[in-house]
Ligand binder design. Structure first.
Ligand code: ADP
Length: 483
């Protein structure tokens, strides 16, 4: 059978450049798809960190003029990833964050930067690279979502997929950006990028892609409703027949408690007792009192989405129950402040590290008893999957991918040996408190707790199943094209 050639287009990819779960997905999926006869090449912007990682590379194509400057495509292989890097210094060679300028606001030219990424992807999709014609172009999130628009309105037949990792980010810009895009006038329409009088990048992608995926079946249903669709639910409902929910996996080689260098002590399902060394290491790092009681962790962006304001408001109750919290996160300044104040109010019981620290996130999974993910909405969520893999029991809100990946420890699930975590209603103080109390009760029964940990560790959180679903989707798209 002929190998399917997929061009993935993404603003982030692990291990080169990451601000969230999207990077983990685009970094892990190519390896998983290779086992399913799919070869993935990934187009990413040439941010300074990316340019450093690829070294010299090989320039294989030149765009004499791409939205205000010359750009090159550089082919490189990093960490087993087959990359095409869009080296466009006028758009991507700048210090600081990927999406935000030094003033903390979106870069003034984000509309241009990510139109350029999509436009370049469209060119590759139509076959400008000698000897390379992708069968499918797979665009991730709004930053890449104009790709199917360029292809559709350019009259090109290559099959396209858009994956939504989070409906909250849509790439909406004023209408006067439209002439800059270089699309035909007809693209400013219901079937193209027009969105409430402005330009919607994700909207355009969702309208033009042959298939739409999002990162869990529950979120796929949720985004067809007004409460979660963030204005695009009508379009998604209309395109429901091409919308698929495919849950994310994790890289089980990177996330493996038996071999993880970031842990003070490695362990496996037969040696859970060894996790205690990691608990001690966490206590030291987070200035927590040493004790064997329930230790929760949080590893998260601190934003409204994650429901951590509700947790912050209930920290006194958490501490009063005898539990402790180690929180690693950054984001919203007011939330950071709230958690720092809680740590001052409860010295030794609440430890907070503001920042982004990949190894520390591993240690937390390897030593905390439970991970809290009380999100208001959660397209898939990865940290609960790390928790499962590390025997760090997830305590989560019943929404999106959290609902799809955790089995609540209700009576039936406990007696069937299927329970892997604790679930509660999202964004509800009373529900969260009840879940914390329930978790405390479960923890007190150490045999039961160990059963939860083991059931979680046995859950398949790898990419195997989901990569097979993506591969099946690509095959289906190619069959439809032939028909
Ligand atoms: P989102 O993409 O909405 O931020 P996910 O759970 O899908 O949420 O993915 C978040 C990813 O970022 C996970 O890999 C998580 O471990 C990581 N992460 C988030 N915050 C931090 C942090 N402060 N330090 C280290 N890793 C973090």
């Amino acid at each position: 059978m002929k190998t399917i050639q997929v061009l993935a287009v993404t603003p982030e990819i692990f291990p080169l450049i990451k601000t969230g779960g999207l990077a983990d997905v685009t970094g892990a999926l190519p390896g998983a798809l290779a086992d399913h006869n799919v070869a993935v090449r990934t187009l990413i912007p040439g941010y300074p960190k990316v340019m450093e990682s690829i070294g010299e590379g090989e320039a294989i194509y030149i765009f004499p003029e791409l939205y205000g400057g010359t750009a090159r495509l550089i082919a490189a292989t990093v960490a087993g990833l087959d990359l095409l890097v869009l080296d466009a210094p006028h758009l991507f060679n700048r210090p600081g964050s990927l999406y935000l300028g030094p003033d903390g606001k979106d870069w003034f030219d984000n509309a241009t930067r990510f139109a350029a990424l999509s436009c370049a992807a469209g060119e590759i999709g139509r076959g400008v690279l000698p000897g390379y014609q992708p069968d499918v172009v797979h665009a991730h999130d709004w930053q890449a979502a104009l790709t199917p628009v360029f292809l559709r309105f350019g009259g090109h037949q290559v099959r396209t997929v858009v994956t939504v990792h989070n409906m909250a980010f849509q790439g909406q810009f004023p209408a006067d950006n439209f002439p800059l895009l270089g699309l035909p006038a007809g693209a400013f329409s219901l079937n193209g990028v027009e969105y409430y009088g402005g330009v919607g990048y994700l909207k355009g992608g969702l309208a033009c892609a042959d298939a739409i995926t999002t990162v869990s079946p529950t979120y796929a249903d949720e985004i067809c409703t007004g409460a979660f669709g963030m204005g695009l639910h009508g379009l998604l409902r209309a395109r429901h027949n091409v919308l698929h929910g495919i849950v994310n996996g994790i890289d089980t080689a990177v996330w493996n408690p038996a071999t993880d260098d970031a842990l003070a002590q490695t362990y496996d399902i037969r040696s859970l007792g060894r996790r205690v060394a990691n608990k001690r290491a966490i206590e030291l790092r987070f200035n927590l009192q040493e004790d064997d009681g329930l230790l929760y962790c949080v590893v998260s962006r601190l934003t409204w989405q994650k429901g951590l304001d509700v947790l912050a408001a209930n920290l006194d109750t958490l501490v009063a129950s005898g539990a402790r919290l180690a929180l690693l996160g950054s984001g919203d300044a007011a939330l950071e402040q709230q958690f720092i104040e809680a740590s001052l109010r409860h010295p030794g019981r609440v430890g907070v590290i503001v920042g982004y620290d990949e190894p520390l996130s591993h240690l937390l999974m390897g030593g905390a008893d439970a991970i809290l993910v009380p999100s208001r909405f959660e397209p898939c969520g990865l940290t609960q999957l790390y928790g499962l893999r590390y025997g760090c029991v997830p305590v989560v809100a019943r929404t999106g991918g959290l609902a799809d990946t955790i089995v609540d420890a209700n009576e039936a699930a406990i007696s069937a040996g299927a329970a892997t975590g604790v679930m509660c209603h999202a964004a509800d103080s009373g529900a969260l408190n009840a879940a914390l109390e329930r978790t405390q009760r479960l923890y007190t029964d150490r045999k039961l707790w160990a059963a939860l940990q083991r059931a979680g560790m046995k859950t398949d959180v790898s990419w195997d199943h989901s990569a097979a679903r993506y591969a099946a989707l690509y095959i289906q798209l190619l069959k439809e094209k032939q028909a």
